[in-house]
Design a protein around this ligand. Sequence first.
Ligand SMILES: *Cc1c(COP(=O)(O)O)cnc(C)c1O
Length: 421
Amino acid sequence: MNGHAEHLLGHPTRVDGITAEYIALESHYVAHTYHPLPVVLCEGRGAWVSDVDGHEYLDCLAGYSALNFGHAHPALVAAAKEQLDRLTLTSRAFHHDLLGEFARDLAHLAGMDAVLPMNSGTEAVETALKLARAWGYRRKGIPPDKATIIVMHGNFHGRTIGIVGFSDDPLVRTDFGPYPPGFRAVPFGDAEALAAAIDEQTAGVLLEPIQGEAGVIIPPRGYLQAVRELCTRHHVLFIADEIQSGLGRTGRTLAVDHEGVKPDVLILGKALGGGILPVSAVLANWDVMGVLQPGEHGSTFGGNALACAVGLAVVRLLETGEFQDRATVLGRRLARGLAELRDEGLTDIRARGLWAGIDVDPALGTGRDLCEALLTHRVLAKDTHGRTVRLSPPLVVDAADIDFLLDGLRAALGDLRAARR
Ligand SMILES: *Cc1c(COP(=O)(O)O)cnc(C)c1O
């Protein structure tokens, strides 16, 4: 939605002057749990950000989908500013005048009865797991401490000890054990393997309808429906983690909408906070949500007034359907353009809405190499699992931005090829 593409002059130099100073400072005082690209951002508007040296970039990561509505969306910033002057936090010890409204409108948007508000995505996933276990004991009658949750190979649900315990990514889990028991992993996209793993002690099946960190892995058509049928037949909760896939990213409000299925427990996060603050939520109908009683779960900040004001503004944006439509239409343009680049050094392309995972031919380099090359063409993106680059521009991009991304990608692949020669 803005025409920066035409105004870009010259190429940013890699780590120069002030950028190098900022990076050195950060590296001196901040734990080394990330390996950021060498760019220091200080401003963002819509799909574009600028760095401390004055260069502009198209943001094609969008905070891992936390920025679905772009940087500084006017309606979201206005909602936050207005609320900042009114009331920000009460704790749940008291009521405040926005929580009910936020929960009602979010529940309506998602087609669920009730909302349990949290902050980070990880917390919401932990919350959903507690809810599913409690449901398993209190409704399904699973013997004490015997409940299991089935998860998927390649999953990413966050970073707590409980969650990394059932990850199969060694980088994420090694040396953080011992881990809580009660989880069992099956291959993603394989309904038969899931059917074989379900037994009387299964309380829930937890999955990402499209696996994000794994590299935008889209399951075979019909898989989510099969999961829904298995869960219904065996009286097991279908828990959908839509923290990254939800809220317009795939062209629908939820990724499960593509198969017309409704999970029993829905987890939202990232874009729910409008890129302004962490807001997450677990949603379910009352037959499930009703198992939790006062005192059994909570969070000091969960459902705070500022979060509700921003979350409400996010729901308002999604109610229009505009962003879902943009993701669909521009997603087609992105997918078409990516398909044309296949022979330039991509070995696989997976896309749904404005969300794509592209695999770089190992002969050309790694995903990180491609991201560094993209940076010099003013496109910000992030690699995942070695050879994959995830593209998830804000849903406020326009057609010219998509073309800018595609041109940058073509040029970056060209750079990688030239470097090999
Ligand atoms: C990002 C993400 C999480 C974790 O969310 P945080 O806000 O980083 O704690 C969980 N599940 C999925 C699918 C995610 O993409």
